[in-house]
Design a protein around this ligand. Structure first.
Ligand code: BV8
Ligand code: ZN
Length: 272
């Protein structure tokens, strides 16, 4: 069934109410409403001369370490200034309503964790885990929040405290393998779930884009949330055409999972 909806179809609300094992698989689009540039538009200024795919590679780091490190420091500054949006919060809330929820993200930000999601698997690493490009030693950032690197400023990467080699971002670049434990967790979750949401991803990067197909092959219901069409459209049972921060709260409400916001004081007669 290849339908696209603005509203939540009743069969989907029902499937969510009855789901036992749910996977939420996210891409850059889930952080878009937190002001984090999505992957394909994360290139501004100096970096606009590079294609993201060309910049997120070991070769680019070897050739232009200061351009690549500057790009990641600009992105890290964005993330540190950002706050989780309603989509991240709805996904954390979902974890309080279904028996098992696995959050599998391609994103390198920590907004799922900051929204309260507990089990978050990072397939492509994290902006917050720099490591030595030679000996692999974990490194700490010299400054908590990098001075806002202006558009395209080159920043020389720091030297490893153990061996002096350049420190690199703790992310998985194109041509690099995904962390085996994360990939194993993700494939097991996709193969065992009864409902998988693919939220805010262009579904073009492999092997991550394989996950919804693994879930489908095991008979799971696959739902996509994206304002635009992606290669997953033809396979998904439901295509919810819209922004994640708009769709996700409506999805939970449709299943009766709307939490009273813990921050709201109840009036004496229980009215919110
Ligand atoms: C690997 C970290 C084995 C860095 C990233 C087949 C099989 C296996 C590999 C390949 C294959 N074919 C090709 C490959 C190679 C390659 C690949 O997939 N290339 C693609 C381009 C074809 N894959 C790899 O290299 C992977 N490694 O295969 O290892 C191996 C080992 C050695 C030698 C050979 C093979 C590694 C891939 C990981 C690369 N690193 N990120 C960083 O972040 O800088 S991937 C990068 O793209 C991002 O991290 C992101 O996670 C990923 C996908 O991007 P999206 O998240 O989808 O973001 P995007 O901007 O594309 O789209 C945003 C979406 O959101 C859009 O659809 C938009 O409509 C939507 N949206 C916008 N606003 C909203 C919204 N949605 C909802 N709400 C909104 N408000
Ligand atoms: Zn080192």
């Amino acid at each position: 069934m290849k339908n696209t909806h603005h509203d939540i179809p009743p069969p989907l609300a029902q499937a969510l109410r009855q789901a036992q094992r749910v996977v939420v698989f996210t891409g850059a689009g889930v952080s878009a409403e937190s002001g984090i540039a999505t992957f394909r538009d994360a290139l501004t200024g100096l970096w606009s001369r590079f294609d993201a795919q060309a910049l997120a590679t070991p070769e680019a780091f070897d050739e232009h370490p200061d351009v690549v490190w500057g790009w990641y420091e600009w992105r890290r500054a964005q993330v540190l200034r950002a706050t989780p949006n309603a989509a991240h919060r709805a996904i954390a809330q979902l974890g309080r309503h279904v028996p098992e929820l696995a959050v599998i993200t391609q994103n390198v930000d920590d907004l799922h964790e900051r929204a309260g999601s507990l089990l978050v698997t990072h397939l492509h690493g994290s902006l917050h885990a720099p490591r030595c490009s030679r000996c692999g030693a974990a490194q700490a950032f010299a400054t908590e929040i990098p001075a806002e690197p202006d558009e395209g400023r080159r920043i020389a990467p720091p030297a490893c405290t153990d061996c002096g080699a350049p420190v690199r971002p703790g992310v998985v670049w194109f041509g690099e393998s995904l962390p085996a434990p994360a990939w194993r967790t993700a494939t097991l979750a996709a193969q065992e779930c009864d409902l998988l949401f693919s939220i805010g991803t262009s579904s073009m990067v492999y092997p991550a884009a394989e996950l919804p197909r693994l879930a489908l092959a095991r008979g799971a219901t696959v739902v996509q949330v994206n304002p635009a069409a992606t290669p997953l459209d033809v396979l998904a049972h439901h295509n919810l055409r819209g922004a994640a921060a708009d769709v996700m709260p409506r999805l939970l409400a449709s299943a009766g999972f709307g939490d009273t916001d813990p921050g709201l004081a109840l009036t004496p007669d229980g009215e919110v």
